[in-house]
Ligand binder design. Structure first.
Ligand code: FDA
Length: 397
């Protein structure tokens, strides 16, 4: 076992948040140790954004995040903005583009963002130890002792950046939650978010032979107890197990087991109401022709097969129009952490100081990135939270 030097700060986890925090703390002249269980740093960044890393969103603001306390992220997000990270990307001459809805992607590869972070860490004299799994930690007279698979390390401060539970095959562990609990901090139950829905056997039989078909829709939930009802207008996609696509992933973060989600399958259009006009043909074939303008042929056929009224009276047509714009789907569940892009829930924001990210009960112990109960929408928001929370923690050390 190593007898260890005292560091100013040990950062646990070399993902987006951990690498960025270590680099910024090192740049302030602090002696920083970055510990990572995996064989390389930034593994999730490499697979992000389909390999091109959607590294921020130019519209990122507090409204794009879920948390028990929707105000918690405000301070960090205001002090390190998308523009700040873009400036860094430009300094490294990494070409990028806006794909859609403010989402910025590398033109080349996500490896460029990992290289940027590695270079920043190197330039800041951060000591990085890979293949070093953190097991537990405790407080000492002078700070903290971290127990790992490669020995013990001590430091004045510790920043926990070990991420959430999504994608276990890329090294996700619950160690950050265990550490928080060992210091008596509350955890908001972690749950899979930005994740495809699964359907019951019956529903799967009805829909999943159409897997691969997609349509533009608005996905929403029943009204929320607190705050505005989320609405996402993007693609929905039928999979061999249920529903996916960006609008579905977005709404999944708000969904709880047993709840209904609503799809508007023809946003802003009046699809069937033309049939109300005098002399307009009213029959299944006409309804199909009208719906076909908005949905792929087989999706339109199937939807009408399932939902067409027994007659084409005015009230039936009106009801069908309403149903098309608020079509209820009850997922059986989600594809879980194996497929979830992020983990919602985590270390409760009530336990943390929003300007330093440190535990109020344990000064010197900070939590950043996905391990915290702050979860971004799909579209670069989660990396922006990683950068911003990392910056806040590093500036407070
Ligand atoms: P992250 O999970 O990145 O890092 C945690 C690190 O801690 C890991 O390296 C892990 O190995 C390490 N670790 C865990 N346990 C440990 C232990 N016991 N000891 C030592 N180390 C340990 N977001 C976005 O904004 N734009 C995008 O394009 C995408 N795309 C995307 C695609 C896919 C497929 C996924 C799964 C996720 C995304 N995301 C995303 C989400 C984004 O990747 C995620 O929010 C951030 O990586 C979170 O950064 P963290 O540093 O907090 O955790």
């Amino acid at each position: 076992m190593s007898t260890t030097p005292i560091y100013d700060c040990i950062v646990l986890g070399a993902g987006a948040a951990g690498m960025f925090c270590a680099a910024q703390a090192g740049a302030r002249g602090l002696r920083v140790l970055l510990l990572e269980a995996g064989e390389r740093a930034g593994r999730k960044i490499l697979i992000s954004g389909g390999g091109r890393c959607n590294f921020t969103n130019i519209h990122a603001g507090p409204a794009n995040y879920l948390s028990e306390n929707p105000h918690f992220a405000k301070s960090a997000l205001a002090r390190y903005t998308p523009r700040d990270f873009i400036t860094l990307v430009e300094k490294y001459r990494i070409p990028y583009h806006e794909k859609t809805l403010g989402q910025l992607f590398c033109d080349g590869s996500a490896q460029q963002i990992v290289s940027l972070l590695e270079t920043e860490c190197r330039n800041s004299n951060v000591e990085t130890k890979l293949r070093t799994a953190v097991e537990r930690m405790e407080q000492t007279d002078t700070g903290f002792r971290v127990h790992t698979s490669a020995g013990e390390f001590t430091a004045r401060n510790v920043v926990v950046a070990t991420g959430g539970l999504s994608i276990p095959k890329l090294g996700a562990t619950g160690v950050g939650y265990d550490i928080a609990r060992s210091f008596g901090l509350r955890i908001v139950e972690p749950r899979a978010a930005l994740v495809p829905f699964t359907l019951s056997d019956t529903e799967r039989e009805l829909w999943c032979d159409l897997s691969g078909l997609s349509a533009e829709a608005i996905a929403t939930t029943a009204p929320q107890k607190k705050g505005p009802t989320p609405k996402f207008r993007e693609k929905i996609l039928i999979t061999h197990r249920g529903w996916s696509g960006p609008a579905v992933l977005q709404i999944s973060s708000y969904w709880r087991q047993g709840e209904v989600v609503l799809f508007d399958l023809a946003p802003t259009a009046n699809v069937f109401t033309p049939m109300l006009a005098a002399n307009h043909r009213r029959d299944d074939a006409t309804a199909f022709a009208l719906l076909r303008a908005h949905l792929p042929q087989r999706m339109a056929e199937r939807w009408l097969y399932e939902n067409a009224p027994p007659d084409w009276k005015n009230t039936s047509i009106t009801k069908l129009e309403e149903r098309l714009h608020a079509w209820p789907v009850t997922p059986a569940g989600t594809e879980g952490f194996a497929k979830a892009e992020v983990t919602a829930g985590g270390v409760s924001t009530t336990e943390l100081d929003s300007t330093t990210m440190q535990a109020k009960k344990v000064p010197g112990l900070a939590f950043i990135g996905e391990v915290v109960d702050v979860t971004g929408w799909l579209g670069g928001y989660n990396f922006q939270w990683a950068w911003a929370s990392a910056h806040a923690a590093a500036m407070a050390l």
